[in-house]
Design a protein around this ligand. Structure first.
Ligand SMILES: [Mg+2]
Length: 447
């Protein structure tokens, strides 16, 4: 992996050791809390797991608990990252990356690759990969999704909001819909954007129910969208795609998902809308191969949400049936390339995952959902706020791409002078707007 480059002095990578930053708070408080919640879950579900797998699972639970006690201690005392103990999946690759990082990237030889001192993006990905590996090497719990309960609860806690989105979709997806199409596109995209607020990694897995529905948020929270390229997206990408519906075959849109639950339901509304209104012939949704960043979407989450839409009401039931047909006809396809669970920024996708990159060059539009995708797009760096999005993405452009992200990390690029002035007037030196999830960007790149 490319470990140092000319951008390092221009915009340093975010790291956990800088006190007062959100990265520091994450390493100090959020990560130990996530590990503790997994320990609590295993203790609470012990009897249930023994009933399911037999008494042999007790050894597995004990092994995991021992690893997690050590992990928690090592995070809190800023110890060096250990190795992964398995070769399955991409374990070997991770060991190579850890070695590269230990020898190459740290600012000087006296610094070790530790939880606070290592690049935040790399260490955070390592943390979730290590947690997976602790379960994966056990005899019985290798396939367990230890974040499943909270993802399902998140969906169930938002049934009225999901029904509202499905009803809106049904109203506007008919070809003779009475709602103006531009209003429809804007609402659907913004609704998909604001679904990104319900992120359980932010709260360490605690309940995070959105009070305002995503549909309501799409109009009411306009002032909180710091960059809004939706009109440009319509003019440059979506409009031409629809106009050429008859001429172009295999028009493909890709959505790189973030969270399951209510956010995924909103993203599927977006996918169905693009297909129903003639913007795409197929939509590929990209999820995670393993449980990731607490609430991220796996294939099981995807299938479960499609199946459970019927719980939300009559419009959601119709929507769910429609989705099942789309999936059957291969108009909506779920994929989970291992690159999405790597710690790599996207500008090195072409080198690190050439097949995926090549595939994405055939897409008409690539939509990135959420904070982690955005961090990887801009390399998780402390950019000056007015750095252009193009510079921050460093040449990544397999096709036009569009980031829908609520801000939960201290990295953003491409803000206008007017936006920066407004933020400075309101927040002065306080950077909390970058991490509260209240502000958002809809940014177009690759055109
Ligand atoms: Mg997420």
């Amino acid at each position: 992996m490319n470990i140092t480059d000319e951008y390092d002095h221009l915009a340093p990578k975010l790291i956990g050791k800088k006190e007062g930053t959100f990265a520091y708070f994450t390493v100090r408080d959020r990560w130990p809390k996530i590990v503790t919640s997994l320990v609590d879950q295993l203790a609470r579900r012990r009897a249930e797991l023994i009933e399911q797998y037999g008494s042999g699972v007790e050894r597995d639970i004990a092994d995991i608990l021992e690893k997690f006690a050590k992990l928690r201690y090592e995070i809190m005392t800023d110890k060096a990252l250990c190795n992964l103990c398995e070769d399955r999946l991409d374990g070997r690759k991770w060991r190579e990356m850890l070695n590269d990082m230990r020898t190459g990237i740290m600012p000087n030889d006296t610094e070790e690759l530790t939880y606070f001192k290592g690049p935040w993006l790399f260490v955070e990905c390592f943390l979730y990969r290590y947690i997976y590996s602790a379960f994966n090497i056990t005899n019985h719990l290798g396939q367990m999704d230890y974040f499943e309960e909270s993802k399902k609860k998140n969906f169930m806690d938002h049934l009225p909001q999901i029904e509202e989105s499905a009803a809106f979709l049904m109203k506007i997806s008919a070809k003779d819909a009475p709602v103006h199409e531009l209003f429809g596109i804007n609402t659907i995209l913004k609704s998909s954007l604001w679904g990104n607020r319900a992120d359980m990694s932010l709260t360490g897995g605690d309940d995070h129910t959105m009070k305002m529905s995503s549909i309501a948020a799409s109009s009411k929270l306009a002032d909180f969208v710091l960059i809004d390229d939706v009109n440009e997206l319509i003019c440059k990408v979506l409009g031409p795609l629809q106009i050429n519906e008859k001429k172009l075959k295999n028009r493909r849109v890709d959505i790189v998902l973030d969270n399951a639950g209510v956010e995924l339901a909103g993203d599927l509304v977006l996918a169905e809308f693009l297909l129903a209104r003639g913007f795409a012939d197929k939509v590929i949704v990209h999820g995670k191969a393993i449980p990731w960043f607490v609430s991220d979407t796996t294939e099981n989450d995807f299938n479960w949400v499609v199946d459970q839409l019927k719980e939300a009401g009559p419009e959601s039931t119709k929507f769910g049936e429609q989705l099942k047909k789309r999936i059957e006809n291969m108009e909506i396809i779920f994929k989970c390339d291992l690159f999405w669970i790597s710690p790599h920024p996207y500008y090195i996708m072409e080198k690190e995952a050439p097949e995926l990159f090549e595939e994405l060059t055939t897409s008409s539009l690539l939509i990135f959902k959420g904070d982690l995708n955005y961090r990887k797009l801009v390399g998780d760096r402390d950019w000056d706020l007015d750095t252009s999005f193009k510079t921050a993405c460093r040449g990544f452009a397999p096709c036009p791409f569009f980031a829908l992200r609520t801000l939960k990390a201290e990295t953003v690029a491409g803000l206008s002078a007017a936006s920066i002035d407004k933020l400075l007037a309101k927040f002065d030196e306080d950077n909390s707007w970058m991490t509260s999830g209240e502000y958002a960007v809809c940014q177009l790149g690759g055109v």
